[in-house]
Ligand binder design. Structure first.
Ligand code: ARG
Length: 608
C-alpha cells in the first residue's frame, strides 16, 4: 500500500467560527478528514471523539488510533497506534476551535480548546441570543399525553404529557415544524355502554346537558350493568353500531360524554402550560375503513380464528396486528395503522414521535413493521420513534397509589404539589419577603417545575419513584435548587447599578468574555457544551442529558462565583467596582440556563 505525500492531502483550513457550534460534530469532521487523508486505502475508518475525563488529557480526545491499528493488523500491516496518532495530527487541518493537540500513550490525540473561540462564542450568545445548532428542518408529529375518555387520566399519562411537551419544546427550539397531537381514546366499544346508560339515566339528554360531573363513577355504573344485564349488553352493542354509522342522537350522546372528560383534561393542561391539539381515535373512523380496504387489496390480511390479522415484514415473527375483530369491529391496532398512514401520507410528516409507557413498545414495533410492509413507512425518507418510559412507583417501591389504595387523581396530585411547595417557601420564610402575588407565582413555579423536572431528570427508560420530599429538596439536581440558582444569577447584573444596566448593550460590544482565571475558563467550557447536548438529545430523545447539563452549569457557576469577584463593595455595602466581563459571563450563563429551562418547561420567576 502506497501513501501519497501528506502535505498535498491536508484539508483546507476551516473558515473562522464565531458562534457556538457542536464541538463534537466539528471535531468528528476535522479528525474524519485527517484520518481519511492519513489512510486513504481504508474504507470508513473509525472516527471516535469523546470529551476527556481528566483535564490533563485536554478537553476532548480522538481515540481512533487503536481501532485503526487493529484494522491494519487484520489486513496484515503492523503499525504502532502511537505512529497512527502522530500521523493523524500531522494531517489535521487548523481549526479555530483547537488550540493544540498532543499525542498521548498508545495514540490518543488530546485536544485542547482554543480560548479565543470560547470568548467569541459566548459573546455571540449575548449579542444574538441562544441559537440552536443547525439542523435540516422537518415536519414532526408528536403524539403524546393521549388519555382515554371516561377513564382516568393517570400518572402514566402525566409522564407522557411532561416528556412529550418537553420533546416538542426541544424540536420547536431547533426550528422544526411541530404538530402536537392528543390521540385521545374517544372511540371503541366502551362508548356503547356509556351511551346506553346515558339514554336511561338522562332520557332528556338531547335537549338538556346531563349533570355528569363524575364520569368515572358513571363509567363504573354502566360497566356493572353491561356485565350483569344481557339485555343492556345487547343494547350497548347496537349503540356502538349506531354511533359508528353516524346516528345523530348517538353522536350527540358521545359528544356530551367526551366533553366532560375534555374539560377535566384541559384543567391539567392549563395548569402545566401544555399546548396540544386533540385528534382522537374517532378522527380516523373513515380512514380505518380505507386502510382496511387498502390492506385487503394488497392481500396483507389473514384469517385467524374469525379475526383478520396482519404480520409485519417478517411473517410469523413478533406479534401480528388484529385489524378486524371476529365481530367485525376495529381495534387499537386498526386506528394506529390508519393514523400512521394519515400522518405520513396526508399530513406529510417527515418524522413521527409516539410518547407512551414502555409497555406499548411491542404494539408500536408491530405498527412500524406493518407500515413498512404496506409501503406506508419508508425508512429512507421517514424517521419514526416510540419514546417509551418506565412506570411510576410510590415511595414504597410499589405501584403509585393513594394511602387507601386508590389510583391517584392528577388534580389531587397537582394540588398536593402546590401545598407542599407553599410549605417549603414558608419554611424558608419567603412569605415574609415576597408580596402575596410574588409568593403565588413562586409557589406555582416550584410546584409544577419540580413535578416536571423530577420526571425529566431521570432516564425515561427506567421506572421512576414519585416523591414530593425528594423533588422539593433544595440541594442536588432538583428544580428547587436550579430555580434558586437561576434567580440568583439573574440578579447579579441587576445589582450592578445603573452604569451597568443602562449601558449593557454597549458593554457587550466592547468587553471580551474573561477566560484568564481557571474558573472562568472552566465555566466557559461547560457552557460551550450546550450545542453538543442538544444534538445528542435530538438523536436519543432523552431529556435527562439536558438536566445533567443544567446541573453541571449551576455547580460550575458556583465555583466560578466563589473564586472570582464580580462586584466589589466597600464595608458600607456600596459598589466600588464592577468587573464588567465577569458580569457578562453571569448573563451568558443565565441566558443558556434560561433556554434549557424553557425546553424543560420550567418557569423561572424574578423573585423566589
Ligand atoms: N390512549 C392510549 C393509552 O392511554 C395512548 C395512545 C397513544 N398513541 C397512539 N397513537 N397509540 O394507552
Amino acid at each position: 500500500r502506497k501513501n501519497s505525500p501528506r502535505t498535498s492531502q491536508k484539508p483546507p483550513v476551516q473558515s473562522n467560527i464565531t458562534e457556538m457550534v457542536s464541538i463534537t460534530d466539528h471535531l468528528l469532521e476535522l479528525f474524519g478528514a485527517a484520518i481519511r487523508a492519513s489512510f486513504p486505502n481504508l474504507t470508513d475508518p473509525p472516527v471516535i471523539i469523546t470529551p476527556s475525563t481528566n483535564a490533563k488529557f485536554g478537553d476532548y480526545q480522538c481515540n481512533s488510533a487503536l481501532p485503526i491499528a487493529q484494522v491494519l493488523k487484520n489486513q496484515g500491516e503492523k503499525v504502532s497506534p502511537r505512529d497512527i496518532g502522530v500521523k493523524i495530527t500531522t494531517n489535521l487541518a487548523a481549526s479555530p476551535l483547537v488550540e493544540k493537540t498532543e499525542v498521548a500513550g498508545p495514540g490518543f490525540v488530546n485536544v485542547f480548546l482554543e480560548k479565543k473561540y470560547g470568548v467569541n462564542a459566548i459573546s455571540s450568545v449575548l449579542k444574538n441570543g441562544v441559537k440552536p445548532p443547525k439542523f435540516k428542518k422537518s415536519r414532526v408529529i408528536v403524539d403524546f399525553s393521549s388519555p382515554n375518555i371516561a377513564k382516568e387520566m393517570h400518572v402514566g399519562h402525566l409522564r407522557s404529557t411532561i416528556i412529550g411537551d418537553s420533546i416538542c419544546r426541544l424540536l420547536e427550539f431547533l426550528g422544526h415544524d411541530v404538530v402536537r397531537l392528543n390521540h385521545v381514546g374517544d372511540w371503541g366499544t366502551q362508548f356503547g355502554m356509556l351511551i346506553a346508560h346515558l339514554e336511561d339515566r338522562f332520557p332528556n339528554f338531547t335537549k338538556e346537558s346531563p349533570p355528569i360531573g363524575d364520569l368515572q363513577a358513571f363509567y363504573k355504573e354502566s360497566k356493572k350493568r353491561f356485565d350483569e344485564d344481557e339485555v343492556f349488553k345487547k343494547r350497548a352493542y347496537s349503540c356502538v353500531v349506531k354511533l359508528q354509522s353516524g346516528d345523530p342522537d348517538s353522536t350527540k350522546a358521545w359528544q356530551l360524554i367526551c366533553d366532560v372528560s375534555r374539560k377535566e383534561f384541559q384543567k391539567i393542561y392549563d395548569r402545566l402550560d401544555i399546548k396540544i391539539t386533540e385528534r382522537g381515535e374517532s378522527f380516523y373512523q373513515s380512514r380505518m375503513v380505507d386502510i382496511v380496504k387498502e390492506l385487503t387489496s394488497k392481500n396483507m390480511l389473514e384469517e385467524d380464528e374469525g379475526r383478520k390479522i396482519m404480520w409485519g415484514e417478517q411473517h410469523g415473527q413478533g406479534i401480528p396486528l388484529t385489524i378486524i375483530k371476529s365481530d367485525g369491529g376495529f381495534t387499537y391496532d386498526t386506528s394506529d395503522m390508519a393514523a400512521i398512514k394519515n400522518r405520513l401520507a396526508e399530513e406529510k410528516a417527515d418524522w413521527v414521535v409516539y410518547v407512551t409507557d414502555a409497555g406499548q413498545a411491542t404494539h408500536f414495533k408491530s405498527i412500524f413493521s406493518c407500515a413498512k410492509r404496506a409501503g406506508i413507512l419508508d425508512p429512507t425518507k421517514h424517521r419514526i420513534d416510540h419514546v417509551g418510559f418506565g412506570v411510576v412507583l410510590g415511595e414504597d417501591g410499589k405501584k403509585f397509589k393513594t394511602r387507601s389504595g386508590d389510583t391517584v387523581k392528577l388534580v389531587d396530585l397537582l394540588d398536593e404539589g402546590l401545598k407542599r411547595s407553599l410549605d417549603k417557601l414558608k419554611e424558608k420564610e419567603r412569605d415574609k419577603v415576597l408580596t402575596p402575588d410574588e409568593l403565588k407565582k413562586a409557589q406555582e413555579s416550584v410546584a409544577y417545575g419540580c413535578i416536571k423536572y423530577a420526571d425529566l431528570s431521570h432516564n425515561r427508560n427506567n421506572e421512576y419513584i414519585f416523591s414530593f420530599d425528594k423533588m422539593l429538596e433544595d440541594r442536588g439536581n432538583t428544580a428547587v435548587y436550579l430555580l434558586y440558582a437561576y434567580t440568583r444569577i439573574k440578579s447579579i447584573a441587576r445589582n450592578c447599578g445603573k452604569d451597568f444596566t443602562a449601558n449593557i448593550k454597549k458593554i457587550i460590544q466592547e468587553t471580551p468574555i474573561p477566560v484568564e482565571h481557571e474558573k472562568e475558563w472552566k465555566l466557559v467550557k461547560v457552557l460551550l457544551k450546550f450545542p453538543d447536548v442538544i444534538t445528542k438529545i435530538s438523536k436519543d430523545l432523552c431529556l435527562h442529558h439536558l438536566c445533567e447539563f443544567v446541573y453541571d452549569v449551576s455547580t460550575t457557576f458556583t465555583e466560578f462565583y466563589d473564586s472570582c469577584y464580580c462586584i466589589e463593595k466597600n464595608p458600607q455595602g456600596e459598589i466600588i467596582k464592577v468587573n464588567n466581563g465577569r458580569v457578562l459571563l453571569c448573563e451568558a450563563t443565565a441566558a443558556i440556563l434560561g433556554e434549557c429551562f424553557d425546553i424543560l418547561g420550567l418557569k423561572p420567576v424574578s423573585k423566589i
